[in-house]
Design a protein around this ligand. Structure first.
Ligand SMILES: [Fe+2]
Ligand SMILES: [Fe+2]
Length: 472
């Protein structure tokens, strides 16, 4: 039975019979999906110290308790309404926002919500084996926190589908549980969400770069004229921030440890001999997840993006910081690649909206890389991490089908094949990473050899707190 106590919410679930009925049908399928496709080996006998959102105020969403994962209280929350909120961009600028879905934009909005929704369970599926290779209980807990929140993000999108899209919405909600990451017949919609994540270096890079794409998409959706979509995504952003924290600090701790081991090895030695992760391997994984996440922003020139903007469905990140919100007669200078040479052209701004969002994203990523490099600098190392050129390793948009090195220099297919594993992880790299992660660390306060402990624990608890415990 669906009850408002079991499903924390601020959408008046107890007074909404239609939503209750839809969820009664969907929720058992969700739990089955979670058991089948969620964290493997941590469903029945483990209790995890997680944060559960029980309301949207600052105290309410920082409520910590031990729970068994399938009993997590996935809730439905909208950020508080903004009084007299007006449409902030596009052709309907200044009009009141919509509380219902306008018929003419129904398909486009459904597409946006389904595409966002599909990424949420996908990442849980991608990460389902990581618990068995965790570097510590602290990290294990963080993984599960990310997983349950991605589950909640799925709930958020399903709430919109059930509430505003009738029968089609209910069908879409079911299909969100039927597609599977990496499945050949029924894959997830976006490519980065079909890639395996079976080691913790990939997990931290994913939460740094791919969850950050989540942030750019959620920021642009939180500008939407459809007010329930705006309010839902605004609340999701608070959780997304934690996912990026997990990724950024995870890599920072690996770098910290790598620096310590390099010192031990006398700087010239091989860190791998001491069981660490060398900087070139870290760079390769950065290259992989950054380029996959660039693809998630879509084609550089896009009439869909133009139409989303014109209709007020999806804006720019921080729309209110732009001087002008109609963007009808303005242009964007974009670099094209023609006959092997770069050519700059002016594109109608609305058609360049994917690229505008990608610019914001690249800037946000670059700031993170600067923070990582401070660690290398503090240890007196001359190596630095860097973002590859945005033409590197692209599968979507005008650079797909061509080859570039991380500096953006064009390569022939033969040159690319010869050198790709200088820039992207190889099978040997994957095998090495799995070898140092083969033994999970479940002892409180202990950390795998390749990663430094965090500065502090969760919710002001000590680092050696038992963040995941086995049921007696
Ligand atoms: Fe998410
Ligand atoms: Fe996330």
């Amino acid at each position: 039975m669906i009850s408002a106590e079991k499903i924390p919410n601020n959408v008046n679930l107890s007074g909404n019979k239609r939503l209750q009925r839809a969820l009664e049908h969907w929720q058992p399928k969700y739990i089955q999906w979670w058991r089948d496709m969620g964290p493997q080996g941590f469903q029945d006998y483990h209790q995890v110290y997680v944060r559960t959102a029980i309301s949207v105020d600052p105290e309410g969403w920082a409520h910590f308790e031990y729970v068994k994962l399938p009993e997590y209280r996935w809730g439905i929350f909208l950020a508080d309404p903004v009084h007299d909120r007006r449409i902030g961009f596009g052709d309907f600028l200044g009009q009141p926002v919509w509380q219902e879905v306008p018929g003419e934009f129904r398909n486009q909005l459904r597409r946006l919500i389904v595409t966002q929704g599909d990424t949420e369970p996908a990442s849980v599926e991608q990460q389902r084996l990581l618990g068995q290779r965790c570097p510590s209980l602290y990290d294990l807990r963080n993984l599960f926190q990310v997983n349950v929140e991605e589950g909640r993000h799925l709930w958020a999108m399903v709430y919109l589908l059930h509430s505003y899209f009738g029968r089609d919405g209910r069908d879409e909600a079911e299909e969100l549980l039927e597609r599977q990451s990496g499945n050949r017949d029924k894959p997830r919609i976006l490519e980065a969400f079909n890639e395996p994540i079976d080691n913790w270096l990939d997990f931290f890079m994913f939460t740094m770069f791919t969850d950050r794409d989540g942030k750019s998409q959620l920021m642009s959706l939180s500008e939407s004229s459809l007010d329930p979509l705006s309010r839902t995504t605004r609340f999701m952003l608070t959780e997304e921030a934690h996912h990026m924290f997990v990724g950024e600090t995870g890599i920072a701790r690996i770098l910290e440890r790598t620096c310590q081991l390099m010192k031990q090895a006398g700087f010239s030695g091989d860190v791998r001999k001491l069981g660490g992760i060398d900087i070139p391997t870290i760079q390769k994984h950065l290259n992989l997840w950054f380029s996959l996440s660039l693809d998630l922003h879509g084609s550089e020139v896009s009439s869909n993006a133009a139409s989303y903007f014109a209709n007020g469905l999806k804006g720019r990140a921080k729309e209110d910081t732009f001087d002008e919100h109609v963007a009808k007669d303005s242009f964007y200078r974009m670099e094209f690649f023609e006959d092997g040479k770069p050519v700059t052209k002016e594109i109608l701004m609305r058609n360049a909206m994917n690229e505008v969002l990608r610019d914001w994203y690249v800037g946000d990523c670059a700031a993170g890389v600067v923070r990582w490099n401070r660690i290398l600098e503090q240890h007196g190392l001359s190596e630095r991490l860097r973002l590859p050129d945005r033409k590197f390793h692209r599968g979507i948009g005008m650079y797909s089908g061509f080859h570039f090195d991380p500096n953006g220099v064009p390569l022939t297919s033969e040159q690319w094949e010869q050198r790709r594993h200088d820039w992207l992880p190889s099978t040997a790299d994957a095998e090495y990473l799995l070898s140092i992660m083969a033994e999970p660390i479940y002892e409180p306060g202990k950390f795998a050899n390749y990663i430094a402990p965090p500065r502090r624990g969760i919710n002001q608890l000590p680092i050696d707190f038992q963040y995941v415990r086995t049921e007696a």
